[in-house]
Design a protein around this ligand. Sequence first.
Ligand code: PEP
Ligand code: MG
Length: 540
Amino acid sequence: MGELTLRGVGAAPGVVAGRAVVLGTYVSGETVALERRPAEMERAREALDAEISALEDIVERLRAMGRAGDAEIVETGILMAKDPVLLDRIEQHIMSGQSAPTAISRAADAIAHVLDGLEDATLAERAADIRSLGRRAAARAVGASLGSGGVLIATDLGPADVADLGLAATGAALADGGVTAHAAIVARSLGIPMVVGLGPEVLELKSGEVVVLDADEGVVVRRPTRSRIEAANQDRERRQQARETARARRNEPALTTDGHRVTVLVNAATMAEAVEGFELGAEGIGLLRTELPFLDAQAWPSVETQVEFLRPILARLANRPATVRLFDFGADKTPPFLRGTAKRGIDLLLESPDVLRAQLAAIVEAAGDAELRILVPMVVHSDQLRAIRKALDEVPGVGQRRPQLGAMIETREAAMSAAAIADVSDFFSIGTNDLTQAALGLDRERSRTAPATDPRVLRLIDVTVRAAHAAGLTVDVCGEAGSDPTVLPVLVGLGVDELSVAAARVGEVRQWVRELDYATCRNAARQLLDEAAHARGERV
Ligand code: PEP
Ligand code: MG
């Protein structure tokens, strides 16, 4: 049989060959013969042990990265894997003739079902954890292991899943998912190729079969030919070499051929991303997404917890920009304790003044010698910036080194009131991910495209840059458009001063800037805007 190609949409670039690890259901009708059941039990026990040691490994690495909170969550998984109740149930299933993967899945599901029935939000969360543990251990019993660099296959993943699995997976293929959902952002940031929107056929893959995931083409290929596997391995090597080149050039500035300087910063939500960004030449952090580490939180994080997360990252930024964004919870970043909320970003914080005060205090306390910039997400009105400024001025100790306060321009309302918002801001950061979807009326979590070059989006960016520059403010772009080679020259041409991009893209973006001619970019951007205005004029 020849190759079988499943088509989806590339969400994080790269090509990899590897064994599939299907995070799905492993329940089969197969009956294990009586004499083979003790061996089957041994197989289940080994799968659980392997999962425990993989999780212990991850805990160690998370602790080394300063992610103590994440490490604790993974430790809960270890405790569950060691629970004798789980093992007892697995044994009962196996002794009744079920295979190890089926027994593990059924036992985990049964325990999760009991937890689901309890009216306690914390325990309900544990239900999801035990199901996830069951899926991973069952995958191991099937013979596949993420630890060996597998290609993860799943229906969908949350951003936290990708961050955890990112420590082991070499690629991810999803039946659902959107290219701008946060799971895709984390995958891009960690340099994990990802294809989304493959449809239910991808879940028919068998754990352990060799596949090639080509995220540049947006496909997953079953039964790949030897030459396709070789090409995938070469692609991986090429990416590794490009990384080495970027590392070697990390101290050279990103200057266009005609001498225009563009500052390149890194987007991060973890120490690992920040460190990788600096390795590749990032001049600071342009967007620290503070909400991503707390997506599993059961309550607003305390000042201490936040300082524990922020301090080790900011400690690496003496006299360099550290742009810390206030919590941007809501939509696909809604932790259990905020379930049911329709609000997002700064709206949520402004309705909880104590929470806002606590976050500002934590950021100021953790800043150390970093050049601190505080960024406000989902702004729609200048009054929101005024309210944050007032709260910031009241934080004890803030007077000595006053942080800059910036507005994210990622809603149509903000772009249209950019001049008023500029009056009360120290800098702007354009969030092209949300702005693009808002300008074009798309659904960010499901959308297959994010065309920031659409004239409706460019016009909002242009208005924003003009308002900022008229007020003497710097403008950054921290959305994904900044690392899209087709959009980057237009952004530079529109006058964007700084680009903040995923860690894995920092080296490339710096190199692309070095290959641009600023005068040409300016003319091209102007021409695009003129053409769009002309087209609008004709239609009227
Ligand atoms: C954006 O919207 O462009 C952005 C950078 O913010 P986030 O992706 O975290 O919503
Ligand atoms: Mg956003």
